[in-house]
Design a protein around this ligand. Structure first.
Ligand code: SF4
Length: 313
């Protein structure tokens, strides 16, 4: 059996920055250190940090006054920032700059009196944070069906934004419907779906047709990982989204000759290698690395960590 190992895969620049931030914050400030929501949507990463003394909370009321608090890569609404200030929490913002870019676009459009159609998934941390920037100006659209039905008063100034981790194809289908129905619709100057999401999807698009099974490493609550699994399935290839080698069912590989392995932007390389090793041992698999694009993106650490000189960057 052959393993086709897709590249790029796994950690993106935003996830790298968020993980390094939490690591440095633990070293600089000690534990417990609090994190609003999961630092990134990956079970393995969250568990590893929990063992190091990070405490993940869904409500700031759970954080004792004066504590250090990290905002995760997905970003937060201004209301959360305000509440953190009120409780005298020492906030470190590990929001990915590409999420912040969408927040700033929302603020600008709202200021210019646009109604903003945010294309994204209801309840996702990033969507909750973005909508919080201008709750009175943003409406969420999740599907083509909703795009076909949504109505606005005549003459409404309209703009759309998207969650950073959507399926490029699904988002384009929704945008097409909206543009047909609302010709005045404006969009962001540059794509909101981030480079990492696009590149990982492109790799699956190109390589899945060469495989008869696809393994996507990532957690079930990881939006970009789910999209990779769906994309492979749309290409007609059996696909499984798994956290690691422990989730593998050897029965999946009966009669399969080529397995594509990729990983969502929050899945560490160690879980990828765990799967590769499993398939080598169980099926004598060989590995072919297939890179469809180079990535050279790095984001700076949040200012408090830079200023502390906690990192050489
Ligand atoms: Fe940032 Fe994209 Fe990574 Fe999300 S997936 S953290 S938007 S680079």
């Amino acid at each position: 059996m052959k393993i086709i190992l897709a590249a790029p895969r796994g950690f993106c620049a935003g996830v790298n920055m968020a993980i390094e931030s939490l690591d440095l914050a633990i070293k600089a400030f000690g534990t417990p250190i609090y994190v609003f929501h999961e630092i990134v949507h990956n079970k393995f990463v969250v568990e590893t940090f929990r063992e190091k003394g990070a405490v993940f909370v869904d409500h700031l009321s759970e954080v004792p006054e004066g504590s250090h608090l990290l905002f995760s890569a997905h970003g937060v609404s201004p209301e959360i920032r305000r509440y953190a200030k009120e409780r005298r929490l020492v906030a470190i913002d590990a929001t990915c700059p590409l999420v912040t870019k969408v927040h700033l676009e929302a603020i600008r459009y709202a200021r210019e009196k646009y109604t903003i159609i945010l294309i994204g998934h209801d309840g996702h941390d990033e969507v909750v944070g973005t909508m919080g920037e201008a709750p009175e100006a943003i409406v969420l659209v999740e599907s083509v069906e909703q795009a076909q039905k949504i109505e606005f008063p005549a003459g409404t100034k309209l703009a759309y934004l998207t969650q950073t981790t959507l399926s490029v194809d699904d988002a384009n289908r929704i945008i097409r419907v909206l543009k047909e129905r609302f010709p005045q619709l404006e969009g962001p100057p540059k794509d909101d779906i981030c480079y990492a999401t696009q590149n990982r999807q492109e790799a699956v698009s190109v390589l899945a047709p060469e495989a008869d099974l696809v393994l996507v490493l990532g957690s079930q609550n990881s939006s970009n990982s789910q999209r990779l699994r769906e994309l492979a399935a749309e290409k007609g290839v059996d696909a499984h989204l798994i956290d690691g080698a422990g989730d593998i069912d050897d029965g999946w590989f009966a009669g399969k000759n080529a397995v594509l392995i990729t990983a969502g932007a929050s899945a560490p390389e160690s879980v990828v290698q765990g799967c590769v090793d499993h398939l080598k041992v169980r099926f004598n698999a060989t590995v072919e690395i297939r890179s469809i694009r180079e990535e050279e993106v790095h984001f700076p650490l949040p200012r408090p960590l830079r200023e502390l000189g906690a990192s050489p960057k």
